[in-house]
Unconditional design. Structure first.
Length: 276
């Protein structure tokens, strides 16, 4: 059976059939990578795979990394564990791009639904390419060339308070000091420009006053929430999402109070955010 992609919205997201992640070949992985450039997030249902198989599938897209502070399995340690019954405490219900406090943030992630609440717990992704394209030419020109600071502390403090962190605050902050990235980046494979600020990690636009930075960030954080940029996915147990972490943001709905367990594998980036 060949790989089939069914688009789910105008700007982002496709549901994939004809793929088994349990025995993902390099040829099919290349097809998925091409589709990822077009749709930015891919959804694969009915994937009853083990944590080792999830990690092996993700390795087809690049080397894996262990999250800077989030909980993970002992075997394999590359598989992170999101195990929640109080989801409004960890910051996943803010629009964000993962780990932008790193000098080379992740290329992407694979997320598998292991146990789900009876209702709720959807995840929504948004295209930052579409978000940039929707801005006026004057606003695009204003943002182009600006840089912003990204800081681990906000999400880290929430993770520690919620019991989701495996390292202490001081150790993580020492390892990951605040990092500067362009406000507008260029996709290294497609050349498309996209917004690169998010409400979890971005704290300050450098080239303007504090008041101007606050106003610009408030506008951009609201702008990226526009529904026309989004696709929403309703999970089934065994469903897997694969997304390009560079040009997307995502939001996990905190509308449940039963246990929700997800396994996440992070694909390392050999990419430093760049405007060129």
């Amino acid at each position: 059976m060949s790989v089939v992609a069914e688009p789910l919205s105008r700007h982002i997201g496709a549901e994939i059939s004809g793929v088994s992640l349990a025995d993902l070949s390099s040829e099919v992985a290349r097809e998925l990578r091409d589709l990822l450039q077009k749709y930015h997030v891919l959804f694969l249902r009915d994937q009853p795979i083990t944590p080792h198989q999830l990690a092996d599938a993700a390795r087809q897209f690049g080397p894996l990394e262990v999250h800077a502070f989030a909980r993970h399995l002992d075997d394999p340690p590359e598989v992170g564990v999101l195990d929640q019954t109080e989801p409004n405490k960890d910051g996943a219900n803010n629009w964000h791009t993962d780990s932008t406090f790193q000098p080379e943030p992740p290329f992407g992630s694979m997320l598998q639904a292991v146990q789900l609440p009876s209702v709720g717990g959807d995840t929504t992704w948004a295209s930052m390419i579409a978000a940039f394209d929707a801005l006026s030419p004057l606003m695009q020109e204003t943002l182009d060339g600006l840089t912003a600071m990204h800081d681990v502390r906000g999400p880290l403090l929430r993770a520690v308070a919620g019991g989701h962190a495996v390292q202490g605050i001081d150790d993580v902050i020492a390892e990951w000091p605040p990092r500067e990235h362009p406000v507008v980046c260029r996709h290294p494979e497609t050349g498309q420009r996209f917004l690169y600020v998010n409400s979890n990690f971005t704290t300050r636009i450098n080239e303007v006053t504090e008041a101007e930075s606050d106003a610009l960030l408030h506008f951009l954080f609201q702008h990226v929430r526009t529904p026309e940029f989004q696709v929403r996915f309703r999970w089934n147990e065994g469903s897997v999402a694969l997304w390009d972490n560079r040009c997307t943001q995502h939001y996990a709905s905190a509308d449940y109070d039963e246990r929700r367990i997800m396994h996440r594998v992070t694909i390392a980036g050999s990419w430093a955010p760049s405007a060129n």
